[in-house]
Design a protein around this ligand. Sequence first.
Ligand code: HEM
Length: 392
Amino acid sequence: MTFDPLDPDYQIDPYPHFEALRAEPAVWVEPLNAWFVGRYRDVRRMAMDTKTFSNRRFSEISKGEFDYAPGVDQLVATDPPRHTRLRKLAAAAFRPGRVRAMEEALTEITHGYLDPLVERGGTFDFHQDLASRVPIHAITRMLGVPHEDGPTFRRWTADVLSAANRHTMAPAELARLRTSVDEVRAYFTDVVARKRRTPGDDMISDWMQAREGQDALTDDEVLALAILLLVGGDSTTAHLLSNTVATLWEHPEQLEEVRRDRSLIGRLIEESLRYEPPVQTVFWTTTRDVDLDGVTLKAEDAVIGVWSSANRDPEYFPEPDRFDIHRDSGGHQAFGFGPHFCLGAGLARSEARIVLEAVFDRLPNLKPAGGDPVEWVPSFWIRGPRALPVVA
Ligand code: HEM
């Protein structure tokens, strides 16, 4: 099997393609003008070596002209020491009190969406009607923007993330993407200006007040952080939930086990993150020529690290294609590694636990609705179903 991340078959099921990726130190993908690397030890080492594998062009490589904050220092697209500065200031909004309050609110938010589904019974879409609703609601609350705008935000985030496939898109799709990027930017430019005048009890206001000595974030940096939180925390967490449920359908004996013993939910979430990570890749650039086991990566080459391939590397995880909640999934790369390790990992894990516990409690007979196979979001970067029909 060849390795072609733009092949629609790859985007439906990338896993069989990773053996070909890991057979080489790096595979050049011409249409993307980028190297792909997929061995666990390489991806992990590169994530730590920011001097050689820079995040500087993360947004440019992943989104091209659809970057929502070009020319601005973005957390995910800077290296130390600029990244260290941004990360310290950004982390101010993830203080324990705010995250704890969010976790408390999550229970109420989850039951708010579950109530009508439990009452109505029958068929519903687990992804669209539940998994996609809770994370965006949580993020709107954290950012201090109306949760009624959730559906619009979901459209924007899906479009922004789809930009990794821009090389294969039709003009109409590219036009829609342009509109979404312009709209999300205009929306948050306005929000930032309003919160500058009238701060609230939310993360955007926290970022405006954050100080490291004399240093503070500029309005453009706050704008970029707000959109990063939206794009990075919404569909990712929604997909963690749907990927977990879709994987459990394939492993009914493990579903029964978790239903019987809720203390296994933590293991379930970690194994799901290893087996079906919602974020599959990271986007680096080499700062100098590098010899990778005989392959020369030239200075300024784009290098796409494949977290999901690292998670299936038999050198690190024995029988990696076997889903097993009892294995040691520790060391998976679903939240990245090194200085850019996901700032929302704790929140995403809590969210997944709260929603799954509520689903097991209140929908004890939940099962797949059958019919068509799962339709996956067409992407080599983001992994998750577009819809997941279920019967309560
Ligand atoms: C299951 C859900 C999630 C997954 C799989 C995920 C995955 C990731 C990954 C792989 C990275 C590293 C990117 C890199 O190496 O350059 C990252 C970074 C980040 N994530 Fe998440 N994420 C999730 C949820 C969240 C949530 C809920 C939030 C916030 C509310 C969030 C905020 C961030 C931020 C701000 C960064 C940038 C950190 C930095 O560059 O220093 N993520 N995430």
